[in-house]
Design a protein around this ligand. Sequence first.
Ligand code: HEC
Ligand code: HEC
Ligand code: HEC
Ligand code: HEC
Length: 454
Amino acid sequence: MIHSRRIMAVVSVAGASAVLAGITIASSVSTVRVAPVGLIGSVAAIRPVTIQTRAAEGSPWVGSGSCAASNCHGSIAPVPGWPILGNEHTTWIGDDPHARAFQVLLEPRSERIARNLAGGGQVIPAHRDPRCLACHSVPRPESFRAGTEWMDADGVGCEACHGPARDWLGPHTTEAWRLGQIARPPSFWATDDLETRVRTCAGCHIGRHDPSSGLIQDVNHDLIAAGHPRLDFEFAADHDRMPPHWTPRGIEQSEDFPARAWLIGQRVGLEEVLSLTVARASSPSAPWPEFSEYGCAGCHHDLTDRTPPIGSAGAYQWATWHAAGVEAAAAVLGNQGPVAHTLEPLTTHMNRPVPPRAQAAQTAQAAAQGLAALLQVPPRLDSSTIRHAIAELERPANPRSPNDHDRQAQRYLGLVPLYQTLERQGADPAELETLRTRLETMRERLMQTQPALP
Ligand code: HEC
Ligand code: HEC
Ligand code: HEC
Ligand code: HEC
């Protein structure tokens, strides 16, 4: 079952009664949640806080416990009149899967992965394995782990997305910070910028090799064959599914936010995929070609998969998941031809049985450069653009082009934010209703044709 949770959850977070309930409720919630933003200007003073940290000597990370005081981010309920909700830690620890990311490493599923990875040799317990902790705790290079192991138990804590807090923990509680009189240090990550936000998620949800710190975050085919779920990240859907501990502000308040998040998520996501390919190709110790980058059905032929075969039978297809998403985004932006053309030199190399590493790295780099300009999102996506985009994604696939489950799922995951955008733009309920019915049918079909994997 590769995408089931993603597809199911995108449309049914709010329960099973109305299949697309999640969509409606998510947007009406954001309308309500927009209100408190106005309070920011009216807050007279920020309450003084005492911060206790137990950071190891020299560690720029302080741990999520340092954010949890009830007068900081650990209030039980949103605090009226505050510039922020105040209960971020409570939401995270209670509802957010990230808070359980370390616990998962102690479960039988992870024990099995660890046993399989050891292949009969010495088993490294998952909760001590740097390969797992690189994404299931606050990512820190090995040199910093010593002395901060206690922090692992936080799972994907606050600093995994907001940056190491030592240098801004004190300043960020002050009035001067709130008024913008203190420059944000680079270690305070700008999650309010959508592109930065996508990159933050991508490190763990796509994977990353960071040459400057030596940190390797990689779910390769060895991990997948050992039992790790395939990473099929789609920013808009995953962002929607994260229980928000913030009030929408800035770009999140714009009517076209869902569509914009989807398009930017596709562009930046593919850039991250390409960087990972470059890193894997350039690392002599990394398996090559890296099977996890390919369509799984190309090698794992599966009788329960009723979708048409991918390309010519038995051929490798590189990046079926991410390329299908970008193809959908390119169709919407009217750039499908040039985008396919830009990716072609790379896919030609990658679809060979043994792609030459150097050429793969080189063409991946070139593709990333070319795509950045082709996938720019216009400053405004009005309803007619959105309607046109929906028609593009609903257009039956060219019978000669591959039309596998990955492609259909990505089109569906593109249509959902387009629907959400039309709804925010105040489209006619009857129009929304018919679109919703079509999306439900699409979702049902996707659920029924889930390819089962070994
Ligand atoms: C590149 C980052 C990364 C690495 C490395 C990684 N994981 Fe994960 N893991 C994830 C993400 C992201 C998910 C959530 C997958 C999803 O649903 O999209 C996940 C999910 C899981 C799950 C399923 C959890 C659930 O709630 O269903 C298990 C079990 C797991 N990982 C164990 C491990 C183990 C054991 C290792 C080390 C051998 C490991 N992971 C290494 C990122 C990673
Ligand atoms: C998986 C990623 C992730 C984790 C983990 C996370 N956050 Fe966030 N946080 C976000 C995103 C995304 C936003 C929305 C973007 C923004 O407003 O900057 C956000 C927004 C916020 C905001 C609102 C900022 C504002 O100015 O409105 C606060 C405060 C915050 N987070 C605190 C925390 C705390 C405290 C924790 C740990 C308990 C935490 N976050 C954990 C991703 C994360
Ligand atoms: C430090 C690594 C890391 C970062 C950064 C991160 N995640 Fe995750 N995420 C994980 C892991 C690991 C899991 C699996 C947790 C589990 O199931 O216990 C996960 C799970 C999830 C899930 C639930 C997946 C499922 O199938 O149930 C969603 C949704 C999600 N992340 C969204 C996001 C978004 C959106 C961002 C960026 C704003 C983000 N994550 C940033 C590591 C990370
Ligand atoms: C290029 C061919 C190829 C591709 C592409 C490929 N695999 Fe595999 N897979 C294999 C081979 C060969 C094995 C057996 C050797 C091994 O365990 O690595 C295997 C083993 C597995 C296993 C373990 C099966 C078992 O019975 O132990 C799983 C699970 C798996 N693959 C999942 C996937 C997923 C999910 C994808 C797509 C992201 C994928 N594979 C892509 C060739 C491939």
